[in-house]
Design a protein around this ligand. Structure first.
Ligand code: HEC
Ligand code: HEC
Length: 396
């Protein structure tokens, strides 16, 4: 376990950093990964010093930590001891960690029995902290004249009639060129750049083959990272090693690749509702809310004019409330009669794993070399046990 944590959070080697960036995009997975991740024991059984988060699934520990860190605008080291590159997360040496423990308890207490006056919402660290360690409790002067208390971006909930979710999804399918045209795209070769949290673009290539093959090549200054999956098996190769991917790495890789799917929403689920409209940049969008299962809700933003999908946000329920992860789709262009986004941005409460894929070229249905997806001859089994967190589902 120690070794694995160092791999995840020590981030010494750039190749590892790249992989980290690549595997921590919390997003969607296929239907069979919707259940609780395997071995999802209570947090206190996996970690050493859990006092207030007892009973929480262990897979939620890291997302909840990332949620707290982003709510306060700090990183892990604000509360945790790092001894020469080794994290000692269980230690209570920092007063901030002890305060945080009381804050967690306080947040639980505030929410207890108050859901009705919170109108079903909840108070979280972010409600007060808003990205700072020092919440502001005095209004700033001068008070803006138009301050009506309305939340920015909240839908103009007038008496206007909204379309149904089925109509919105239908318009989306038409706007991308229709389901039939989309289904004719069997293979794609996509070239462009991958931009990580540091903002530096790296040459990036994706090879996709329906139904279930993907290969990516990232050319980093330190070397090339290639990874691929075929169905439920995957491998990766970087300058240091060539090995099989762990099941949760495949789940993450797959969910990242699903953000590049030709069709993002295949049909309107019965539980989808149009909640209103909101602005995304300068575009007006219909917001479709989808209670996916009891732990996940999704909000889909469709351009009112063009019908295209602009944004999808997945909320994973945690003890501290919903934890968001977001994908933005931009720069739609025509490829073989189908509109595809040439820019896909992924963001989450773990800013280090935020990434943007910007394509300059997408070719569809070019004859592909089938063997490129196969693992190289000397592919080793992964050494350390699988890290715990699995991305939330994104069923369609
Ligand atoms: C605002 C303070 C704060 C920040 C920031 C924070 N943590 Fe924590 N962390 C805590 C507290 C408090 C606990 C103990 C929770 C409990 O007692 O139930 C904890 C526990 C943990 C544990 C369990 C350790 C064990 O063995 O008991 C891990 C792992 C962990 N944090 C990782 C992280 C990571 C990774 C980050 C950065 C993404 C992070 N934390 C950021 C406050 C914080
Ligand atoms: C009801 C409002 C409220 C909520 C909710 C809340 N906090 Fe706080 N928090 C405060 C206030 C007020 C302070 C004192 C800030 C100051 O010193 O100016 C504070 C201080 C802190 C500090 C110490 C400041 C520092 O130097 O780092 C930590 C750590 C902290 N909060 C963590 C959390 C975490 C984690 C959560 C969510 C589990 C949370 N808080 C939820 C109001 C809140």
């Amino acid at each position: 376990m120690r070794k694995e944590r160092r791999t995840l959070f020590g981030l010494t080697g750039i190749a590892l950093a790249l992989l980290f960036l690549f595997f921590t995009t919390n997003w969607k997975t296929s239907a069979q990964q919707q259940q609780q991740p395997q071995g999802d024991v209570p947090a206190e059984q996996r970690y050493k010093n859990i006092q207030v988060l007892k009973g929480m699934p262990q897979s939620q520990v890291i997302p909840v930590m990332q949620f707290m860190a982003s709510s306060l605008g700090v990183n892990c080291a604000h509360c945790h001891v790092n001894n020469n590159g080794n994290w000692e997360f269980e230690k209570d040496d920092k007063p901030t960690k002890q305060t945080a423990r009381r804050m967690i308890q306080m947040t639980f207490d505030i929410n207890k029995g108050n859901r009705d006056i919170f109108r079903g919402a909840n108070v979280s660290c972010f409600t007060c902290h808003r990205g700072s360690t020092e919440p502001v409790n005095i209004p700033l002067l001068p008070v803006p004249p138009e301050s009506t208390g309305a939340r920015p971006g909240a839908a103009a909930a007038t008496a206007e009639t909204l379309p149904t979710a089925a109509q919105v999804v239908d318009k989306y399918l038409q706007s991308i060129g229709g389901r039939a045209a989309a289904e004719r795209i069997k293979t794609r070769v996509m070239k462009g750049s991958l931009i990580g949290a540091d903002g530096k673009p790296m040459p990036f290539e994706v090879h996709l083959q329906a139904p279930d093959k993907a290969l990516t090549i990232i050319t980093a200054p330190q070397g090339t990272v290639t990874q691929a999956f075929v169905g439920t098996k995957g491998w990766m190769k970087n300058p240091r090693e060539t090995r099989e991917l762990r099941p949760n790495e495949i789940a993450r890789f797959r969910s990242t690749m699903q953000t590049l799917d030709v069709v993002q929403v295949t049909e309107a689920a019965a539980s989808m509702k149009v909640a209103g409209r909101e602005k995304i940049g300068d575009r007006e969008a219909y917001v479709v809310v989808w209670p996916v299962d009891d732990r996940h809700t999704q909000k889909l933003y469709f351009d009112m004019q063009t019908g295209l999908l602009l944004r999808a946000v997945t909320y994973t329920q945690s003890v501290l409330g919903p934890i968001p992860s977001q994908v933005d789709f931009e720069d739609y262009r025509d490829v073989e009669g189908v509109k595809l986004p040439f820019t896909v941005r992924m963001s989450s409460v773990d800013a280090r794993s935020d990434s943007t894929r910007k394509f300059t070229e997408i070719k569809a249905n070019v004859p592909a070399d089938d063997t490129q997806f196969n693992p190289p001859a000397a592919t080793a089994a992964p050494a350390a046990p699988s890290p715990s967190s699995t991305p939330p589902p994104r069923p369609r």
